[in-house]
Design a protein around this ligand. Structure first.
Ligand code: SPV
Ligand code: MN
Length: 620
């Protein structure tokens, strides 16, 4: 066995073949700091990648389930979601970020996290992996070096990202790659991180590096997911493109031979994956996109990932038939934090299946009625339990998934969980209005996540947690990005969660209709009703779409309930936004222009009609 921190000849040879001294420096530096027993370098060779998969089973970070290719991984009881409190940007002196971002003074933060990483891989195998963010051999590709002692992390990334050893060769010795260092830290008898109190996720935007220690949950541990999202946002905003928390999908109108690509940003648990997975449409990606101008007037998007780390809750044969099918048939797939009994996984909202009264879950052995140390009842599966799989496993995978040029983006969706204000779909009046819509996304908490329902959280472009540049810089970059395009995407606000007297005003799959209407608008096929909040669909067009797609009657009452303009509620939202943005420096002036035009328009309507809610027929 090699001495701690020393690379064996095989590992060194693989690194040397990259002809990049910066890569070797990084690997040596972190091997000598973390002091693993051995260092294994994984290239793009399928056999080496298979070793990672095997290792996850051998080390007990994953166990096999009954269905072929399926495994289960558990994160610690207190490591079930992104740790916002201990995720921070290392801030150099003299720089400021948006108030939503935690910061730690850079030198002090580096010292702290290096201290925790010192010796953190003792007794373990350090895995060194190479990935490409975005398709390989493309102007979008960014190289990512992942160093981790968790075979689960390395295996997950194998399902979620494109292997990039060969892509690293294309760097021709350049240091222009991101580095992610992860150590799960000391593990307990269930192979879960023990010292979550020392969990740290520090993002060094200046140096393009992220240090993540004492955690396993993928949103905290996988470098290429939310950690690379932060580095990508920083880079894009220094340059002139966009890194977004967005799905990318192909929309296929019925009876027409065309596909139109959309992106969409929704805060967690607001329907992002299920939008990308609407039956009849095709998926390029469900979480993170890079968007660049192609020099010919178009915005083009790629999925930086090639897999899905999706919320499993509520995936059932009725609401998410395609994912449900994938989760219940053989393929390489990792379940996390669900209940397992006799090798079969069970999750919340899976449909008519009977749930066993005991098994193993994210708390260890589980039985009905089990409570935790705080006396809180432990559900059989965590509400943030997940599945991890390749997009190519899905029958609705879009042919553009790996296209190096990216898909031309013709429309953008912004959605939140909103019980009482936004209509299900409306189109922005112009690009600047679209940026405003994205910047003012709000999402209500659900009882499952906080115990308190209906608290509105502001989440600009669903990117608040990742916005490692000042908000003004970010929004200005957006405004300017669209202005440079001759084929600028149309922007749409969606809301799948509008309620009336406590009940949703639409069915889960009605989002199909909103998406198809937006697609038709891009092609100039539907007239719309102009209002201060944007363009609303006409009743007749929705009737036709409901008929064509679901063979369903869409009533005038449904339309009135869903598309009435709740003037008072919108004015309330504007007041909340004014309060939030008032203290943000350097906002693009267009933001305030949109806000005040919207307010003036709504107030005039209120005065004119004396009403606080207007039916859509008022405008016709
Ligand atoms: C999200 O919460 O937005 C996710 C899952 O996509 S996580 O990886 O935790 O960020
Ligand atoms: Mn996400």
């Amino acid at each position: 066995m090699p001495k701690s921190g020393v690379l064996d000849p095989e590992a060194l040879a693989k690194l040397e073949a990259l002809h990049n001294s910066h890569v070797i420096d990084q690997v040596k530096k972190f091997a000598s700091l973390c002091k693993p027993d051995r260092v294994t370098v994984i290239t793009d060779d399928p056999e080496e990648i298979a070793h990672v998969r095997q290792l996850a089973l051998e080390k007990g970070e994953e166990s096999r389930l009954k269905t072929e290719g399926h495994t289960i991984h558990y994160d610690g009881y207190y490591d079930q979601a992104r740790d916002k409190e201990h995720t921070a940007v290392l801030l150099p002196e003299g720089q400021n970020l948006s108030r939503s971002i935690n910061t730690v003074e850079r030198e002090a933060g580096l010292e702290e996290v290096m201290g925790i990483l010192d010796g953190a891989m003792r007794g373990k195998e350090m895995l060194v992996r190479f990935f490409s963010l975005g398709p390989t051999d493309s102007r979008f590709s960014l190289c990512a070096l992942q160093i981790t002692d968790s075979a689960y992390v390395a295996h997950s990334e194998d399902l979620l990202y494109r292997s990039g050893y060969e892509q690293f060769k294309r760097l021709q010795g350049s240091p222009a790659f991101f580095t992610f260092v992860h150590a799960a830290g000391e593990l307990d008898e269930r192979n879960c991180t023990k010292n979550v109190d020392k969990r740290r996720i520090y993002v060094d935007i200046i140096d393009g590096k992220v240090y993540s220690v004492n955690n396993q949950y993928a949103g905290n541990s996988l470098g290429l997911k939310k950690l690379a999202l932060r580095l990508g946002i920083y880079k894009a905003n220094q340059e002139d493109w966009l890194t977004e928390h967005m799905l990318v999908m192909g929309v296929h109108p019925p009876y027409k031979d065309r596909v139109t690509y959309f992106t969409g940003a929704y805060p967690s648990a607001c329907g992002k994956t299920s939008t990308a997975m609407i039956p009849g449409q095709s998926i390029v990606g469900d979480d993170i996109a890079y968007i660049r101008s192609d020099g010919e007037g178009n915005a083009r998007a790629v999925n930086i990932e090639s897999g899905i780390f999706g919320i499993i809750k509520d995936v059932n044969p009725v609401d998410d038939p395609l994912i449900y099918e994938a989760l219940t048939t053989p393929r390489e797939l990792i379940f996390s934090n669900v209940l397992v009994a006799d090798g079969v996984p069970f999750w919340q909202g899976m449909g008519d299946t009977e749930i066993p009264k005991k098994g193993v879950n994210f708390s260890g052995e589980w039985w009905e009625g089990k409570t935790d140390g705080d006396g809180k009842s432990i559900p059989f599966a965590h509400s943030n339990a997940r599945y991890t799989m390749r997009i190519s496993e899905l029958e609705n995978a879009d042919p553009m998934v790996h296209d190096p040029k990216g898909a031309v983006v013709q429309g953008i969706f912004y959605g939140g969980r909103d019980s009482d204000t936004n209509v299900p779909i409306c189109e922005a009046l112009n690009w600047e209005h679209g940026v405003y819509i994205g910047a003012t996304i709000e999402s209500e908490t659900t009882s499952a996540t906080l115990g308190m329902e209906g608290i509105r959280n502001w989440n600009p472009m669903a990117n608040l947690d990742f916005m490692v540049v000042p908000l003004g810089t970010y929004l200005r970059n957006h405004v300017e990005f669209g202005r440079r395009l001759s084929n600028c995407p149309r922007v749409f606000a969606t809301n799948y969660f509008l309620k009336h007297e406590g009940r949703y005003t639409n069915e889960i799959l009605d989002k199909t209709i909103w998406v198809l209407w937006a697609e038709g608008r891009v092609h100039g096929e539907y007239d719309a009703i102009e209002t201060p909040i944007g363009y609303l669909p006409r009743y007749g067009d929705l009737v036709e779409l409901f008929q064509q797609v679901f063979d369903k009657e869409y009533t005038g009452e449904d339309y009135e309930l869903q598309f009435s303009l709740r003037i008072e509620k919108y004015l309330g939202k504007i007041a909340r936004m004014e309060e939030i943005f008032r203290t943000e420096p350097d906002l693009p002036e267009e933001f305030w222009g949109v806000l005040s035009r919207q307010r003036t328009g709504l107030e005039a309507l209120k005065k004119e009609t004396g009403r606080s809610v207007l039916p859509p027929s008022y405008f016709q």
